[in-house]
Design a protein around this ligand. Structure first.
Ligand code: 2HA
Ligand code: ZN
Length: 271
């Protein structure tokens, strides 16, 4: 059996969470990541018949029975993960009943997965239904994105269009735009269901006055989506109080989508 601490997926979780912490996106225990793993790859590192303990997930996810995820722990700090993965991360498999998580590794101090697991698992189901390649759901609290939710109209078209207009790369990176949820209580099945509903259409969902959810095939795609939104939101927050002299016209945004052959939310432009 290979050393689990050397597994690429453990190393990716460590590197990504450390990076996010240093960017200021994950203060204290803020943020969480779940990563759908390949069973055969996990079997190189763990005995899949050895269930350490079982933990109820709080809802039924029939579509995910047998699927294995590495997930950040509840109450754990992103800043500590790279130095102590075994206490701060866990590898779980969704049991045959669809509502129990079988712990295969991690949460060594008796912990459990993020309180946002319902939003994560429901979002995985949604994204997999539109893209079977989806592996990652990532949640964090980036500063400028969060600040923008205090001062911008939280309408999907208006918010997406504003972000697209902040810089050329925006529409190229997230032509599908952003889903928006109003402020809601977090950690509940309700916000999980609302997020997952948006995830059928978007890879990015904003939680007003809380943070952002991103989804993608791998860490780079998912991180890159959030990073690009955050950069555009930063442009907005740095300039929103100043007279705008130059902006990208809607015709220019359309021309970008033609140049890069992108399927985009045409109804989010005023053409
Ligand atoms: O896990 O970010 O939304 C801490 C959070 C809850
Ligand atoms: Zn959060």
């Amino acid at each position: 059996m290979k050393d689990i601490l050397e597994a690429p997926f453990v190393k990716e979780m460590c590197a990504t969470t450390a990076n996010m912490y240093r960017l200021g996106w994950d203060e204290r225990n803020g943020g969480n990541i779940s990563y759908l793993l390949d069973e055969n790859e996990v079997a190189e590192y763990l005995d899949l018949d050895n269930v350490i303990r079982t933990i109820p997930t709080g809802f039924e996810a029939e579509e995910l029975i047998g699927k294995i995820f590495i997930v950040t722990g509840t109450g754990k700090y992103f800043k500590n993960i790279e130095h102590d993965p075994e206490n701060n991360l866990g590898i779980i498999r969704i049991a045959k009943d669809g509502k129990t998580a079988e712990l295969l590794w991690g949460y060594a101090d008796g912990g459990r997965f993020t309180s946002e697991l319902p939003a994560h698992l429901m979002s995985h189901i949604s994204r997999l239904s539109v893209n079977p390649e989806n592996r990652i759901i990532m949640h964090c609290h980036p500063d400028y994105t969060l600040a923008m939710t205090q001062v911008h109209i939280m309408d999907e078209k208006e918010l997406t269009r504003t972000l697209w207009k902040q810089m050329t790369e925006s529409i190229v990176v997230f032509p599908d735009g952003l889903g928006v949820l109003p402020w809601m209580v977090c950690g509940t099945n309700e916000i999980g269901e609302a997020t997952a509903e948006k995830m059928k259409r978007y890879r990015l969902v904003i939680w007003t006055l809380h943070g952002i959810y991103g989804a993608g095939r791998d860490m780079d795609e998912t991180f890159g989506l959030i990073e690009t939104v955050e950069k555009a939101a930063k442009q907005y927050m740095l300039t929103a109080h100043l007279p705008k002299v130059n902006t990208i016209p809607d015709e220019g945004l359309k021309a970008l989508t033609e140049r890069f052959d992108l399927d985009y939310r045409k109804d989010f432009l005023n053409l």
